[in-house]
Write a protein that binds this ligand. Structure first.
Ligand code: HEM
Length: 146
């Protein structure tokens, strides 16, 4: 066994790939993105249909999306554990998501990533993945590639 292999076995934490959670910089930048996202929904009429699908008080959603992103990106799974698991596709399965409102979700997220000054290359990757995820939530759309 080489020196490198030995230290890998003994200190896996130091050799594991960096998580998206670490890449974005932890909870604080995630919260900035989430707050920017719901601030936009509350203030910009361009997202009116998407806003109307949500409850009047967006405070619980701010907590939920922050907890979701944290766990989904490889940080603390406290939010998932507190719910006994969570499937984002199942949660949205009964919602009347249309191409228009999915587009609004992705547009708002893209704008929020920029407002929160997330590194552009990383923001583009998040945008791409979440665009595919939202496309899979559109009712009647079969193959979104996920
Ligand atoms: C594509 C990525 C998306 C992610 C990661 C995401 C994430 C979430 C999360 C974590 C919740 C909270 C669930 C809960 O606390 O039970 C939620 C709720 C919700 N989402 Fe999404 N969502 C996405 C896309 C969408 C889209 C495309 C729409 C609509 C077009 C949408 C509309 C809603 C609504 C209406 C709720 C419920 C809000 C409420 O209870 O007031 N989401 N979403």
């Amino acid at each position: 066994m080489t020196e490198t292999e030995t230290s890998r076995t003994e200190s896996p934490a130091q050799n594991r790939p960096i998580t998206p959670f670490e890449m974005i910089g932890g909870v604080e930048p995630i919260r900035r993105v989430v707050d920017a996202f719901y601030d936009l929904l509350e203030s910009d009429p361009q997202y009116a249909e998407l806003r109307a699908m949500h409850a009047p008080d967006l405070a619980p959603m701010r907590e939920a999306l922050c907890g979701f992103f944290t766990g989904w990106m490889g940080g603390s799974r406290d939010w998932f554990n507190a719910r006994g698991g969570f499937c984002v596709m199942t949660r949205h399965a009964k919602m009347p998501v249309t191409e228009k409102t999915a587009q609004q979700w992705n547009d708002a997220l893209r704008a929020a990533l920029a407002a929160a000054q997330v590194e552009p290359g990383f923001a583009a990757q998040m945008d791409q993945i979440l665009t595919r995820l939202a496309a899979g939530m559109v009712r009647g759309q079969k193959n979104a590639g996920i």
